[in-house]
Write a protein that binds this ligand. Structure first.
Ligand SMILES: Cc1cc2nc3c(=O)[nH]c(=O)nc-3n(C[C@H](O)[C@H](O)[C@H](O)COP(=O)(O)OP(=O)(O)OC[C@H]3O[C@@H](n4cnc5c(N)ncnc54)[C@H](O)[C@@H]3O)c2cc1C
Length: 524
């Protein structure tokens, strides 16, 4: 750790989507920003695209175990690398809908209004889409919110099977639209449009993950130092408890402290809570920033998610890249349904062995036959904030995740409605798998932002109410999970926060020139 200085302007903990976007926005020669990432760079290697390595051997997921509410240990599907969970994400980069920012009544309760309206978020969404390299087509989803401009890149297009499907769905009165997606697939782009995108890491660097689109360009702009394989175990405050003065980090068996003017936790919604809880002291006996609200670690959400395989025994599905379509016809209440059900989107094409990695009862050969003949979907419904769904840290340092799913009736209806649609379209065999606590991919809500310090951990700029120089910019800030993939919104909020941080530092907001991600050679 010889390259590490004792003091920086800003310390960012975690090089995922939130931390990467913040670093990218703040990076400029002359600034002194330190990013601390517990994981290494993910190697580009053949196993990146191996079903066996990724799904059966779980080669890349953390080996760490967490406890559930009852104290049972489980292995979470979470990833500690430069780029964080986005190294394995499906690259759907979707704006939340206008209604998501307002009180939204669900069957199971109300998803609370955000402290910021969609209109204030819009310019940051536009920047976030450009940063991530989103491809899509505006104007086709009836509930799409207003936009200041088109998508940065045109939609990547459906393969013939999905195009035919789209027509049939339209004939049934539905409004499918191209799923906004951040892959480098356009003239001159590096993407090979392969079957190993959603759930896999990209071996050729053509997916818009946080390492490729945010962290590497931030390093190229200047002013940012990244240290990897360095675990931040604690934040240390001054005697008043109002300011963080240092982070304590472990690297290669050594413990170091680093000071800064501003500290940002972007360790992910579960690990940021764990970090702040571990940082308790006599001024913050229940965890850093948890005095006024007692909401730190609470309101954990992760969506009600179901993977669906709709099989036609008589028709092979030759699609390679299937994550191109989404349907929002069930997203809001309407004349037929008094409450929202959720979003439906194409899933990366299921391959032989992917489902059997989790469905141990399923015969491998039969599932392989099904996978050749299936159209696959991801069905996502909102879960609601509940203070009893919470992250805590046990006395032995293990993370405990107490989570009981809610708003399930709406999700079950979404699954039932889509099953009926599939059968009507000639797919009589429908296999579904509801995701459980291990699948924390859409984790959020554990340090929600809000206008009232009594009910929120963060103010509307994502600064911790109880601490003057501490921010949280990962998915923790979400006061509701909505029914959409969170990454684009995390990026947008980090961009908002970066402006506030610059003002705090007494600097004016100057947009540094964008740096394009470097082209990656195709690996062996
Ligand atoms: C298989 C899969 C598919 C997905 N598909 C999509 C999709 O299509 N669209 C979408 O929007 N979202 C998707 N997601 C979710 C998306 O990846 C996450 O919402 C997003 O990456 C979260 O970003 P984050 O910055 O909040 O946290 P993270 O990505 O978790 O980043 C946190 C970083 O902090 C590091 N860290 C943690 N603790 C410490 C510590 N104590 N010290 C130092 N470093 C630390 C971690 O290693 C990590 O790099 C998917 C996720 C998965 C796993």
């Amino acid at each position: 750790m010889t390259e590490l200085k004792d003091s920086y302007d800003i310390v960012i903990i975690g090089a995922g989507v939130g931390g990467g976007a913040l670093a990218n926005s703040l990076a400029a020669p002359g600034r002194e920003i330190l990013m601390i990432e517990r994981g290494p760079r993910l190697p580009r290697e053949p196993d990146n695209w191996s079903v066996d390595a990724v799904f059966h051997k779980r080669k890349y997921a953390t080996k760490e175990q967490w406890r559930d509410r009852d104290g049972q240990l489980f292995s979470p599907s979470t990833y500690y690398y430069v780029g964080g969970n986005s190294k394995f994400f499906g690259a759907a980069t979707v704006r939340f809908r206008k209604e998501d920012f307002e009180d939204l009544r669900h069957e199971g309760g109300v998803a609370p209004a955000w402290p910021v309206a969609y209109a204030e978020f819009e310019p940051y969404y536009a920047r976030a889409e450009r940063l991530m390299g989103t491809h899509g087509e505006a104007g086709l989803d009836p509930i799409e919110p207003p936009r200041s401009g088109p998508m940065p890149y045109p939609a990547i297009g459906h393969e013939p099977e999905i195009a035919a499907f789209e027509k049939k769905l339209r004939a049934r009165g539905l409004h499918p639209f191209p799923l906004p997606i951040a892959i480098d697939y356009h003239d001159g782009g590096a993407c090979a449009r392969c079957a190993t995108c959603d759930g896999f890491a990209c071996k050729i660097g053509a997916k818009g993950d946080a390492e490729v689109r945010l962290v590497n360009p931030a390093l190229a702009k200047g002013g940012v130092t990244l240290i990897t394989e360095s675990f931040v175990r604690r934040l240390v405050t001054d005697p008043t408890g109002r300011r963080v003065v240092a982070v304590e980090l472990e690297h290669g068996g050594e413990v170091r402290t680093v000071s800064a003017r501003i500290f940002v936790s972007s360790a992910g919604a579960i690990n940021s809570s764990a970090l702040l809880l571990r940082s308790k002291n006599d001024k913050h006996p229940n965890g850093l920033g948890n005095n006024t609200s007692d909401q730190l670690g609470r309101n954990y959400m992760a969506h009600n998610n179901t993977a669906m395989m709709a099989v036609s025994p008589f028709r092979k599905n030759r699609v390679v890249f299937q994550k191109t379509m989404a349907i929002n016809d069930y997203y809001l209440a309407n004349a037929e349904r008094p409450y929202p059900l959720g979003n439906i989107q194409g899933l990366g094409k299921l391959q032989s062995g992917m489902l059997t990695a989790n469905l141990k009862w399923a015969p491998e050969r039969l599932m392989a036959l099904f996978a050749e003949r299936s159209v696959d979907w991801w069905l996502m419904s909102e879960d609601l904030p509940d203070p009893n769904n919470r992250v805590s840290v046990d006395s032995d340092g293990t993370i405990r995740l107490a989570y009981t799913a809610n708003n399930l009736k709406a999700h079950q209806e979404l699954v039932a409605v889509w099953t009926r649609q599939m059968r009507a379209l000639g797919y009589p065999i429908v296999i579904t798998q509801k995701m459980d606590i291990k699948v924390s991919m859409h984790q959020c809500g554990t340090a929600r932002f809000g206008k009232d310090p009594k009910t929120s951990v963060l103010d509307p700029n994502c600064k911790v109410w109880d601490v003057d120089n501490l921010y949280v910019v990962d998915a923790s800030f979400l006061p509701s999970s909505t029914g959409f993939n969170p990454s684009l919104t995390i990026v947008a909020q980090a961009l908002r926060t970066s402006e506030h941080i610059l003002k705090e530092l007494g600097e004016t907001v100057t947009a540094a020139p964008p740096v394009q991600p470097e082209r990656q050679p195709v690996a062996a």
